[in-house]
Design a binder for this molecule. Structure first.
Ligand SMILES: Cc1cc2nc3c(=O)[nH]c(=O)nc-3n(C[C@H](O)[C@H](O)[C@H](O)COP(=O)(O)OP(=O)(O)OC[C@H]3O[C@@H](n4cnc5c(N)ncnc54)[C@H](O)[C@@H]3O)c2cc1C
Length: 507
């Protein structure tokens, strides 16, 4: 009998596991695949280290604080990553400090000067209201902290009213009030070239992360943080079982009591903490009879963010002209035509992320080389017919993904001349990779969907579930990744551990 079983060794599961182990709890960590780290894992191809998921993250202070709480005594340094958009009518670095970014936009769109002023003024008020939301807003807190926040809510009346007002206002409607230029609205409303769909509160979270808090790369690399946490976990007696997927969560009188793995092993525990994605846990691991129909429907109907095609390239830098990339991350779109935007392999009419990944550390590439990560949105449905089973594909899949990768590279080559000739190593991930290696429902990338009109779940924090002693951690355990992806996973891992440590669902 364990104190806690953790399903999944992603960064959320590892944080929770390490925190519990350091506080003397007996913890079993069950991971489906052959490595820890989940999507924040990196892999090596001929000396090039590539990231499966996160390229960098926000809120380094939250990451450091959680690591310290768990007993990490080493030093982490962070290097800021910047972001650039290059579209038919804009070339701008948009991760600059907030006021400077506003002035840059006013210089680029002179006829929209006053509108930009108004947008930044109003958005700044929302950003100020949400910037420390997890410290005082009852919706982002649990149990006793939530209760305390509710008691003290009068001191935050102003912020609360602002959040309520903007939570249901779509950024599209907000931007239409002040701006006329479509490209400008898309840039402010999506940090790129897509139509704005999220709520203004969500938009404020996004700009707080991008411009005010910044996005950073840690000196020990992202996968290094997985190793730190796992090292602490095992040092304190934690038990890890890799290649051990959980099939079922046992429930007795509405309380989780243990799990069964796919190879038939059964483990009992006081608490079950799931780091696998929310839909998987609720819809696949629990007998539907244990859950209310309406709750099940809300989980089914609220969409996740979509998936993507990702091409990893190890390159000889002397053969390619990289001048157009002025930051670590360039978002590039050469055509903006909404009519044909549904053709998802018309890459010219898609936003492509080009990350100069090797800029983060010399350790990521062989000496004298560089590496790029190219990413573009891709619907899972297009790839599903190629899948015949777990990690199994129809014949022709390899050739097809290579054909699309080459097409993507050709599009990127328009701004990085010589790219094709410079390639020394190439690896390709598709939505099926994110499903079968990332273990994400439909290869989803970045948590719950952003479209304010489609969200059917009410709570901002989804750590507690309707089943007692069953907690969720990781990016899907919040409705909005208010600290960005990676830190929110650590934060929820830490919060879930607090619940277990106090043995109190009301903390
Ligand atoms: C392509 C991509 C790019 C991203 N880029 C960024 C970025 O730049 N910045 C950022 O902050 N975030 C980014 N993210 C989000 C990122 O996923 C999170 O930041 C973070 O890595 C998520 O960690 P997690 O703990 O929530 O879950 P995951 O990393 O998804 O880990 C879940 C774990 O559960 C395991 N599991 C699943 N089912 C079972 C089962 N049945 N039994 C046992 N184990 C199971 C999985 O194998 C996995 O190890 C990106 C994600 C992807 C996929």
């Amino acid at each position: 009998m364990y104190d806690a079983i953790i399903i999944g060794a992603g960064i959320g599961g590892l944080t929770c596991a390490a925190k519990l182990a350091t506080r003397g709890k007996e913890v079993l960590l069950l991971e489906k695949i052959h490595h820890i780290g989940g999507t924040s894992h990196t892999f090596n191809r001929k000396g090039y280290i590539f990231p499966m998921g996160p390229l960098s993250f926000s809120f380094p202070d939250v990451v450091e604080q959680i690591l310290e709480e768990i007993g990490f005594e080493g030093e982490l340094k962070f290097q800021r990553n910047h972001f650039q958009l290059l579209s038919p009518d804009i070339d701008v670095i948009y991760s600059k400090e907030w006021e400077k970014f506003k002035e840059t936009l006013q210089g680029l769109f002179k006829e929209e000067k006053d509108g930009i002023e108004m947008v930044f003024k109003e958005l700044s008020i929302v950003i100020d209201s949400i910037s420390k939301v997890q410290e005082w807003h009852p919706d982002y807190l649990l149990g006793k902290n939530k209760q305390r926040a509710e008691e003290q809510i009068n001191s935050y009346q102003e912020q609360l009213e602002i959040i309520e007002k903007y939570d249901h206002l779509s950024s599209r409607e907000f931007l239409d009030r002040y701006l006329s230029n479509e490209s400008l609205k898309r840039l402010i409303g999506s940090q790129g070239t897509y139509l704005p769909v999220m709520s203004v509160v969500h938009l404020a979270f996004m700009w707080n992360v991008m411009s005010i808090k910044g996005i950073w790369f840690p000196s020990k690399e992202i996968s290094g943080i997985n190793e730190i946490l796992h090292g602490i976990f095992e040092k304190h007696g934690g038990v890890t079982m890799l290649r051990t997927p959980v099939k079922k969560i046992f429930i007795n009188n509405n309380q989780a009591t243990g799990v069964e793995t796919f190879d038939g092993k059964k483990f009992a525990a006081d608490w079950v903490i799931a780091n696998a994605d929310y839909k998987k846990v609720i819809l696949e691991m629990i007998d539907p009879k244990e859950l209310e129909k309406n709750f099940l429907k809300s989980v089914q109907k609220t969409p996740y963010t979509g998936s993507e095609l990702c091409v990893y390239l190890g390159i000889a830098p002397e053969k390619v002209d990289l001048k157009k990339i002025r930051t670590n991350h360039l978002f590039y779109r050469s055509v903006l035509n909404e009519e044909s935007a549904k053709d998802f392999i018309d890459f010219a009419n898609k936003e492509i992320e080009i990350c100069l990944w090797s800029n983060n550390s010399l350790n990521l590439v062989p000496s004298g080389k560089k590496s790029l990560v190219l990413r573009v949105n891709m619907p899972y449905s297009h790839w599903d017919p190629w899948r015949t089973g777990e990690k199994k594909r129809k014949q022709g899949y390899r050739e097809y993904k290579r054909e699309l990768a080459e097409k993507l590279i050709k599009t990127v080559e328009e701004i990085l001349p010589g790219l094709s000739e410079a390639i020394e190593v190439m690896e390709i991930a598709t939505p099926l990779t994110y499903r079968d290696w990332g273990q994400r429902t439909k290869g989803s990338i970045a948590g719950w969907g952003r479209d304010v009109t489609k969200v059917r779940l009410n709570n901002k924090l989804l750590i507690k579930t309707p089943i007692d002693h069953l907690l969720m951690v990781g990016i899907y355990s919040v409705l909005e990744p208010f600290l960005g992806g990676f830190p929110v996973s650590m934060y929820t891992g830490s919060l879930a551990a607090e619940i277990v440590l106090t043995d109190d669902l009301n903390i």
